[in-house]
Write a protein of this length. Structure first.
Length: 165
């Protein structure tokens, strides 16, 4: 047998180690080869799972929207809020096709429409505004828990702070 041949050159424990390594190596290559074959034959499409998750996370009144439609939904929400709010109390301003939301008067829905802002951070912004008073400059938004430099840079061009009149 092969083990008899190895006994001439190696000790019994060395032969066992070599045989173990050979079996592990062959087994590893076999697993890798089988995974490669099965992955190339069928790749799982996550779009249906994603749409179900998105629908459930948006609540019972949500319609089925795909991931690519999220920007359209955000823009529609902003347009709807813009038409619903009166001109004097409007917290939304459209300047050169750029939507600007006033941090001092924005509602929770308006804040959620900002990129990277979810329901919990919108609530934190409103709580911060209620406890500390009006925002004097937009940089103060970074004092809100959950908003760092990176998230602030995402929304910087979409927010404003209007002086009280």
């Amino acid at each position: 047998m092969i083990s008899d041949l190895f006994e001439f050159f190696f000790t019994k424990s060395e032969t066992r180690v070599i045989m173990f390594l050979a079996i592990v190596l062959i087994g590893g290559f076999s697993v890798k080869y089988l995974n490669h074959i099965t992955q190339s034959e069928s790749t799982y499409d996550y779009s249906q799972s994603d749409s179900i998750f998105r629908k459930k996370s948006l609540g019972p009144d949500a319609k089925d929207i795909s991931l690519s439609d999220s920007d359209k939904v955000r823009e529609n929400l902003l347009k709807q809020m813009e038409t619903n709010s009166s001109e004097e109390n409007s917290s939304i301003e459209r300047d050169s096709n750029e939507v600007k939301i006033d941090l001092n008067t924005a509602t929770k829905d308006e804040l959620i429409a900002l990129p990277g802002i979810g329901e919990s951070i919108a609530e934190k912004i409103i709580q911060y505004r209620q406890s500390k008073g009006r925002f004097r400059k937009i940089d103060e938004l970074m004092n809100v828990s959950g908003i760092g430099k990176k998230k602030f840079e995402q929304i910087r061009n979409h927010i404003k702070v209007q002086d009280p009149e």
